[in-house]
Design a protein around this ligand. Structure first.
Ligand code: ADP
Ligand code: MG
Length: 507
């Protein structure tokens, strides 16, 4: 499918070509025709899938460039406002569609003037509400877009958004875009959308609900202890441990072998023959644990991998999805376990958002807890063991010198010492410590001004410190001269980070 297959106006088609886009992304394929038909829409797709063009191209194609504000795009942050308007500028310039960017922290007068000249306003909720309530602007857009709706709700903008909609004409086409679809988003959609069409583009593997996703927060130096403790506790049938570097693979293989595990490394520069032998051993149970790099494990298809461990969290969400997809295969359930330091919590949040999933956090069991868990196993195992003739003879021999209770104690001690859980008692952060590490992260995000939340959500979620226009004001002071602007003026100011790679599209 090509962009020319859509019923887009010629000047927009020309702009697409100039942008270097050749093939529409999945969300664009589905969304563009629906928007052109005039439907309201709710669309879910991950970050970087081209959502801006998915709404921008069709609405701009339907605009008249008559000097009034025809389109309103509401986005959560100033940074996004600039990114989105950069992108829209590229699409609209050949159609004479100007864009005004509106956010808190800058003087009103200029913004109001620019809104007066623009066909599209890209705005953050706080400042937009201010302008509407103080009657400084009056707009009547035919197209209203809520971009990154989940993020806006996470940031606490629900009231502002509802209020903004009281100022907008009912006779409008409303589009909502979101990376995730929590219930609060669906509820908002019911209120502001009219008979919406739904578009949902999710990666098939990432929506594999048979994989339980957990993360544990540890200090950097605790990774090895945490890993061993968790393997002891989870008692995986087969597991894969992912590392970032080959060097780490080798070190972990040595470490785990010394702990008595049946383990082998798998990395990229293994000979094909060697690789096949190792994989066969893993499949047949001669090896229980694979330690692998991302590259080495690509496409690895072993059916009964019960656990995937991320010794280090991967850099990008794609790798995360690939890694955890090694478990929960063939209709089985699996667990994906990620170790992070407090400083890596933000990566967890980003991946959750990109992948549209939540990971629950847990505390690493103490030595005693694992010991207790193992005791139950041991008791069951003892009760189920077949008594052999040679065992009977052995006990008879022991009875020459020892009474039967002492013999039992000795045998039990022997078994226990063979199954002993090693390492320090407590590893990693407690739930309270994790909660405050998450609060700290949110505060850092909002420039140190965010209020810690009263309510902790340990099961993941995408909370972030509310970064409102007030906070932006503080950060934007040095930026004031740039202020708000039409994109016509900013042409070629090189601000756009993401758009520089001409037509480079990650699908
Ligand atoms: P999202 O809003 O889904 O996170 P964006 O709309 O910001 O994604 O798009 C991400 C990047 O992909 C942008 O740099 C954009 O220019 C580029 N892009 C979007 N659609 C296409 C396409 N069809 N072909 C090539 N690049 C594209
Ligand atoms: Mg976007």
């Amino acid at each position: 499918m090509k962009f020319t297959d859509f019923n887009l106006r010629q000047s927009i088609q020309d702009a697409i070509q100039e942008a270097g886009f050749t093939e529409p992304s999945p969300v664009q394929k589905e969304a563009i025709p629906l928007v052109l038909e005039g439907h309201d829409m709710i669309a879910q797709a991950q970050t970087g899938t081209g959502k801006t063009a998915a709404f921008g191209l069709p609405i701009m194609s339907m605009m008249n460039a008559d000097g009034s504000v025809e389109g309103l795009v509401i986005v959560p942050t100033r940074e996004l406002a600039m990114q989105v308007s950069d992108e829209l500028y590229r699409f609209g310039k050949l159609s004479n569609l100007k864009t005004a960017t509106v956010y808190g922290g800058t003087a009103y007068a200029k913004q109001i003037e620019r809104i007066g000249q623009a066909s599209i306003v890209v705005a953050t909720p706080g400042r937009l509400q201010d302008l509407l309530m103080s009657k400084k602007i009056k707009i009547n857009p035919k197209f209203v877009v809520l971009d990154e709706a989940d993020e806006m709700l996470d940031m606490g903008f629900l009231d502002e958004i509802k209020n903004i909609f009281t100022f907008l004409s009912k006779d409008r086409q409303t589009l909502m875009f979101s990376a995730t679809m929590p219930p609060a988003i669906r509820k908002l959609a019911e209120e502001i959308l009219h008979e919406p069409k739904t578009v949902s583009i999710t990666k098939s593997e990432s929506t594999n609900t048979s994989i339980t996703q957990l993360y544990y927060v540890v200090e950097e130096k605790e990774r090895d202890d945490a890993l061993v403790r968790l393997i002891d506790f989870k008692n995986p049938n087969k597991c894969i441990i992912f590392c970032r570097m080959k060097k780490e693979v080798d070190r972990l293989v040595a470490h785990l072998t010394a702990q008595g595990f049946k383990v082998s490394g798998l990395h990229g520069d293994m000979e094909q023959k060697q690789r096949e032998v190792t994989i066969r051993a893993f499949k047949q149970g001669g090896i229980d644990i694979f330690v692998a790099t991302d590259v080495a494990a690509r496409g690895l298809d072993v059916n009964d991998v019960t656990h995937v461990f991320n010794y280090h969290i991967p850099f990008d969400s794609e790798s995360y999805v690939h890694r955890i997809g090694r478990t929960g295969r063939g209709g089985k359930t699996g667990e994906a376990i990620t170790l992070v330091t407090p400083g890596e919590l933000r990566t967890i949040k980003r991946i959750e958002k990109d992948v549209g999933t939540t990971m629950a956090t847990q505390v690493i069991p103490t030595r005693q807890e694992v010991q207790n868990a193992k005791e139950d196993e041991l008791i069951a195992k003892i009760a189920n063991t077949q008594i052999t003739d040679s065992a009977i003879n052995l006990v008879k021999t022991l009875q020459h010198d020892l009474d039967i209770v002492t013999i039992a104690h000795l045998l039990a001690s022997m078994i226990q010492s063979e199954n002993a859980v090693t390492g320090k008692d407590k590893i990693g952060l407690s739930l309270d410590q994790i909660a405050s590490a998450i609060d700290k992260m949110r505060n850092e995000r909002s420039g140190g001004k965010g209020k810690p939340r009263a309510r902790h959500r340990s099961g993941g979620g995408h909370d972030r410190g509310r970064r409102n226009d007030h906070d932006n004001r503080k950060r934007n002071d040095q930026d004031r001269s740039k202020g708000s602007h039409t994109n016509q003026e900013r042409k070629g100011d090189g601000r756009s980070k993401r758009n520089s790679g001409k037509g480079s599209f990650k699908s």
